[in-house]
Design a protein around this ligand. Structure first.
Ligand SMILES: Nc1ncnc2c1ncn2[C@@H]1O[C@H](COP(=O)(O)OP(=O)(O)OP(=O)(O)O)[C@@H](O)[C@H]1O
Ligand SMILES: [Mg+2]
Length: 367
């Protein structure tokens, strides 16, 4: 295990390196380091009393510098403790431990067996149907969050903050950027949180409404389809210029562009509207796959109280058709036809020349 006091590997309850108790808060055995970001360190751990696999997020706060980090962390714990949805990790515990001049803050959550979409993206090329399915499934959990009173806005949707559990279900993680949004149109405070490239314009003004997450959903869809970092596709006015980076139907493009509208009021009316629209579209495509080629124009349907019956695939998509992330997708289909024609023409020319020479050699002795 990893010693909670000094981070050395140890076999014993008393750390062999530092001599301190190796368990965290006398209850958790740290098993592996999952991620070490600029603010938080995430561990896979086991709760000793019942061998429950958990995730522990640690933030080390120096009293002088990290008031902001502490505020975000406590907000995350407070919000998570009140959430109850199958697509959100279960909140288990939070506590802090003073260590000299610093304070370590810990958040304990249920462990999700699976991979992040960022990891999946590295080995899988998503079709537009898969991406619209992902948007529909995430809209479901967003609809739950936005329906709380006051609404909870995630504010940091991106591939590394979504996990695909081994049963195929998508789980939204990392509520570090969450804040309580006040239910009326005025959003208090001016906290700028999120990830550049995935952030809606209003987030730069410290504002966040449910529509902010719909923008994040659009940026996530763009990242999955293009396999590029959205911030590399921003134009000087801050708009995501992604069309040239991937070939999708006009219908899919229209849906994603609606999510990415710079003005929140131009985005779809709610996560529920997005979910219903995407599932309706999925059903239409299932009935008539030619719709993917015909690229009809699109509009988002208004939220309705009777979502269509829709069955999500039980299994995660098979990681087939993998290609290196650097390889441009947009050009992949367009160069196949000319290249094939060119090869055929060259073969034809070579065979003709060989036949002509052979014929000449045969005729030569008879002249
Ligand atoms: N509940 C969980 N179950 C399994 N793995 C998880 C869970 N939560 C997080 N992880 C893993 O840990 C990684 C980091 O987690 P998370 O996104 O919460 O933190 P972070 O991005 O490093 O922190 P922050 O953005 O708050 O600075 C994830 O990408 C994922 O691989
Ligand atoms: Mg994260």
């Amino acid at each position: 295990m990893i010693c909670a006091a000094c981070n050395a590997m140890t076999e014993l309850a008393r750390c062999q390196s530092c001599g301190e108790k190796a368990h965290l808060a006398e209850s958790y055995r740290l098993e592996a380091l999952l991620a070490s970001g600029h603010a938080a360190t995430t561990y896979r751990a086991i709760r000793e009393e019942d061998a429950l696999p958990v995730v522990i997020k640690e933030i080390v706060v120096s009293r002088a510098r990290a008031e902001k980090a502490r505020e975000l962390f406590e907000r995350e714990a407070r919000i998570l403790a009140q959430l109850d949805h199958p697509q959100i990790p279960v909140y288990i515990d939070d506590f802090s431990i003073p260590r000299g001049k610093t304070h370590s803050l810990y958040l304990v959550l249920g462990f999700i067996e699976g991979v992040t979409l960022a990891a999946e993206l590295a080995v899988h090329r998503y079709s537009e149907t898969e991406v619209l399915d992902i948007c529909a499934e995430l809209s479901e959990v967003l609809s739950y969050l936005h329906g709380l009173s006051p609404p909870v806005v995630h504010r940091d949707l991106k591939p590394s903050n979504v996990m695909r559990a081994t049963d195929g279900q998508l789980i939204l993680i990392d509520f570090g950027a969450v804040r309580d949004a006040i239910s009326d149109s005025h959003i208090g405070g001016s906290t700028v949180a999120g990830t550049f490239g995935f952030m809606a314009p209003e987030q730069f003004r410290g504002e966040a409404t449910p529509a902010t997450d719909l923008y994040g959903l659009g940026a996530l869809a763009v990242a999955l389809l293009t396999r590029k970092a959205p911030h590399d596709m921003l134009d000087p006015s801050g708009r995501l210029q992604w069309h040239e980076h991937v070939a999708v139907s006009a219908d899919c493009r229209g849906r994603i562009d609606a999510l990415l509208s710079p003005l929140a009021e131009d985005r779809p009316s709610s996560a529920l509207a997005v979910m219903n629209d995407m599932r309706r579209r999925r059903e239409e495509v299932r009935r008539d796959p030619r719709l993917l080629e015909e690229a009809p124009s699109t509009r988002f349907a208004e939220a309705d109280s009777h979502p269509l019956e829709y069955s999500m695939p039980d299994q995660p998509p098979v990681l087939r058709d993998a290609m290196p992330i650097e390889e441009p997708i947009a050009s992949a289909s367009s160069w196949i036809t000319p290249l094939t024609c060119l090869s055929a023409a060259m073969m034809y020319t070579v065979v003709t020349i060989i036949l002509a020479i052979a014929w000449g050699l045969l005729l030569l002795p008879s002249l």
